[in-house]
Design a protein around this ligand. Structure first.
Ligand SMILES: Nc1ncnc2c1ncn2[C@@H]1O[C@H](COP(=O)(O)OP(=O)(O)OP(=O)(O)O)[C@@H](O)[C@H]1O
Ligand SMILES: C[C@@](O)(CCOP(=O)(O)O)CC(=O)O
Length: 441
């Protein structure tokens, strides 16, 4: 297939897992994930010049990837075909710090493209990554003069990427999804084919993201980057277990079978129910960033270990949380489908959020993991008292990350929240020794 356009641009959204953190790692449970308006955009350009000469004097395809909002964020690669069906591998030039998410996305997308399009030549590709500002905490450079951030979508952070503080919106999942999708569309299909190809792009992005992360997470972040907001039930991890590394014999065939969902022994079983679901009219979800952060992988490890050793207790707690989370989702859905113009009553939502938090605090206490540590309890309690706030939670893995707050859709409520955070100081001693922190909405 010959590409008919030389530039392809595509974007994917960030996420917030409102409920179902830890539970959704297990297929027996689900998570409610919302896609955000913060997106990562990727622009792929086919450069005019065809090949360059590599070190051996042979013609070589190349890919240059730039992330111009960060200092020194340029990665240049040579493209190599591996023997024995090992796929296509990019090899970074120069001695810059490697970017595993970019590198793995290129390996996976180029391998799939070369297999389906039966084309071994890519020419020279230029890729530009642009991230909405909410993915990283504000820096002195990105702040700019008063009102600057409100006008500019892609700000310059003025720091190297690996020094930027992530806000936890799932930058790597949105990046991998946008990068593999833009490359596949650029080389093998027309933009209007996107709808029909969505499942394949999901499978490819999940495979690439897991490989780059070095672990198989629940995948809710990639699923919401592809499908949008939904009730998420994870895929069986066995689907990806025997894929192996790029370069290993037969990799391209195994990747093809995974993307095309053609292995009858391991069919994709991801469930995204009600995708595209929306909040009720008059309600808004805001994330309040804290320039701090938590180590999710070690929290996950500890929680899962506790669950393994305390199965009965854990099952009771997991079931109670699932039950309450489901009631919360159903109530949000009921209100979202409500016709008419009169004010909606959010009091049940408020009570269900409080109950979810209570159960998360039980999980905190029993696992010894700071999922809702006391500084966050204090903050969430205080926020819940603000006029127009329905309730707030520690989303995803919890910890000292951003909090998610459901509010009445009114700029005055955001103003009240912003004022609250400006004057906020914690007065409790944290049960995990965590810091009291500064928030921003
Ligand atoms: N703008 C960008 N340009 C290039 N690479 C990026 C960019 N943003 C993120 N990445 C890649 O993603 C990595 C961050 O991924 P990581 O999974 O640690 O965080 P996250 O997905 O933002 O957070 P979380 O999973 O907690 O929501 C970076 O180290 C980098 O490799
Ligand atoms: C703890 C977990 O269930 C959610 C992590 O969410 P987040 O990265 O904190 O948004 C892990 C996962 O689902 O992969």
């Amino acid at each position: 297939m010959t590409p008919t356009v030389s530039v392809t641009a595509l974007s994917a959204p960030g996420k917030v897992l409102l409920t179902g953190g830890y539970l959704c790692l297990d297929r027996a449970y689900t998570g409610t994930v919302f896609a955000l308006n913060a997106r990562i955009h990727v622009v792929v350009e086919q450069l005019q010049r065809a090949h360059r000469r590599g070190a051996t004097g042979e013609e070589e395809d190349s890919v240059i990837v730039r992330s111009p909002q960060f200092l020194d964020a340029v990665w240049e690669y040579g493209v190599q075909q591996c023997d024995n069906g090992g796929g296509v591998k990019v090899v970074q030039k120069g001695d810059r710090k490697r970017n595993p998410f970019v590198e793995t996305s290129l390996n996976f997308a180029l391998t799939y493209i070369s297999y389906v399009a039966d084309s071994k030549h890519f020419g020279s590709l230029s890729v530009t990554i642009l991230a909405d500002k909410d993915y990283y905490s504000e820096t002195a450079t990105s702040k700019g003069p008063e009102g600057f951030r409100d006008i500019h979508r892609f700000v310059n952070f003025g720091v190297p990427l690996f020094e930027a503080h992530k806000t936890g919106l799932g930058s790597s999942a949105a990046l991998v999804t946008a990068l593999v999708s833009s490359l596949v569309i650029h080389r093998t299909m027309q933009p209007e084919d996107l709808g029909a190809a969505r499942d394949k792009l999901h499978n490819l992005a999940q495979a690439a993201h897991c490989a780059a992360q070095g672990k198989v997470g629940s995948g809710f972040d990639v699923a919401s980057a592809v499908y949008g907001s939904c009730l998420y039930r994870r895929f069986s991890p066995s689907i990806l277990e025997s894929l192996g590394d790029v370069g290993s014999a037969g990799f391209e065939e195994r990747l093809f079978a995974i993307v095309e969902d053609s292995d009858p022994e391991h069919p994709w079983d991801t469930e995204c129910v009600d995708f595209g679901m929306q909040l009720p009219r008059g309600m808004q979800l805001v994330l309040c960033d804290v320039d701090c952060g938590s180590e999710t992988p070690s929290m996950v490890k500890k929680v899962l270990e506790w669950r393994k050793n305390n199965r009965q207790e854990a099952d009771t707690l997991w079931d109670s949380l699932q039950n309450n989370n489901e009631r919360l989702r159903q109530e949000l859905k009921r209100l979202a489908q409500h016709p008419g113009h009169h004010e909606l009553d959010f009091s049940d939502i408020r009570a269900l959020i409080q109950r979810s938090r209570q159960l998360l605090r039980t999980m905190t206490q029993q696992t010894g993991v700071p999922i809702e540590p006391s500084v966050q309890t204090e903050l969430l309690d205080s926020v819940t008292e603000i006029e127009g706030v329905i309730g707030g939670v520690v989303p995803g893995a919890g910890g000292y990350d951003a909090i998610a707050v459901l509010i009445q859709d009114d700029p005055a409520v955001v103003a009240r929240l912003t004022k609250h955070f400006k004057n906020w100081t914690s007065t409790v001693e944290d049960n995990f020794g965590g810091r009291s922190t500064t928030y921003d909405c």
